[in-house]
Design a protein around this ligand. Structure first.
Ligand code: ASP
Length: 324
């Protein structure tokens, strides 16, 4: 019988709607109840590690989850499920993908409707995630996100809708597979992996978004001695307004790594345009194009890269390589 550990961290999946309609955390996690799952062929252990709404997750709490998983791996667990709030689920999933050895299935899930709302999806997603974590076919696929019957790569999945139960999507590659009435089927295999060992996480890594007519106030605000790196969600294929070039040059002069991603939902940031502020100029100035990641994931990767001591060319290569 497979042994699966469920690490609970909070989020809507662990919450209930109160009498006034507001959704709040519970003292007792409503899905920490093996009987409702009806999984007689899996030995499930629950660990209430955290009980946080996911906007309160930080790289430091993600590191706690990673350490708990490593401990479980050392103790011979066959697979791990992490339940999590959906707001930052993709960041924790990707953090775990970058920092855990790819030895056992690790599956992250959550819910869009709290436990006592009509059509609550928590138990369904939790059960599906456990079934994937217990499946031999889920091995060597990196950290997975299971939601509304879809199985997604942590590297690319993103929350696309504020309230729909079908919110998690991979806008570039789609699902890796599905889980349907316990049947786990994969149709795609993720290439590459970027495993790094870290024992701490650095602070002062920022994410800024470009917008039409932006000035340089925010870019200047992050030009501080303690800043370790900045991810910029640029426009389109990877362009910025000419109005911010002076502040970009000052950040580079201060040796602050600048990582460029696109604010588009899918597609790669690339140096294509040769006008002032276009991607060709930005690359020649020294910005690193991080091709396929969205802004929040590029920030997580930058935090991991800096936390394991990468600088200069090593950091550039780590951030620029789309398949790791
Ligand atoms: N705000 C909630 C959270 O991320 C949303 C959710 O869990 O779906 O904790």
């Amino acid at each position: 019988m497979k042994k699966i550990l469920a690490i609970h961290t909070g989020g809507t999946i662990s919450m209930s709607q109160g009498v006034n309609g507001g959704v709040l955390p519970n003292e007792k996690n409503p899905i920490d109840n093996n009987e409702v799952l009806g999984l007689t062929d899996i030995q499930l252990e629950n660990d209430e590690l955290l009980n946080l709404p996911s906007p309160q997750m930080t790289p430091a709490t993600m590191l706690r989850v990673k350490r708990r998983i490593e401990q479980a791996i050392d103790n011979g667990i066959d697979g791990v499920v992490v339940t999590h709030g959906t707001d930052t689920l993709e960041e924790t999933a990707y953090f775990l993908d970058l920092t855990l050895p790819n030895t056992i299935p690790v599956v992250v899930t959550g819910a869009m409707r709290s436990s006592n709302e009509i059509g609550a999806d928590g138990v369904f997603n939790f059960k599906s995630a456990i079934q994937v974590a217990a499946s031999d076919s889920a091995r060597n696929k990196g950290v997975l996100v299971v939601f509304n019957s879809g199985i997604y790569a942590a590297r690319y999945v993103t929350k696309t809708h504020t309230t729909s139960i079908d919110t998690f999507k991979d806008p570039v590659y789609g699902t890796l597979g599905t889980v349907d009435h316990g049947q786990v089927s994969f149709a795609q295999q993720l290439l590459g992996s970027a495993y790094s060992q870290i024992d701490h996480v650095v602070d002062h890594v920022y994410l800024l978004k470009a917008s039409a007519g932006m000035d340089d106030l925010l870019l200047n605000a992050v030009n501080r001695p303690e800043t370790r790196g900045v991810v910029i969600e640029a426009m389109g294929a990877g362009n910025l307004p000419a109005s911010v070039l002076t502040s970009i040059k000052s950040l580079l002069k201060a040796k602050i790594p600048l990582i460029l991603v696109s604010r588009c939902l899918s597609g790669a940031a690339q140096p294509i345009y040769a006008y002032e502020g276009g991607g060709i100029e930005l690359r020649s100035l020294g910005l690193t194009f991080c091709e396929q990641l969205n802004g929040q994931k590029a920030r997580i990767k930058l935090i991991v890269g800096l936390s394991c001591g990468k600088t200069g060319t090593a950091l550039h290569n780590y951030m620029a390589n789309a398949l790791s």
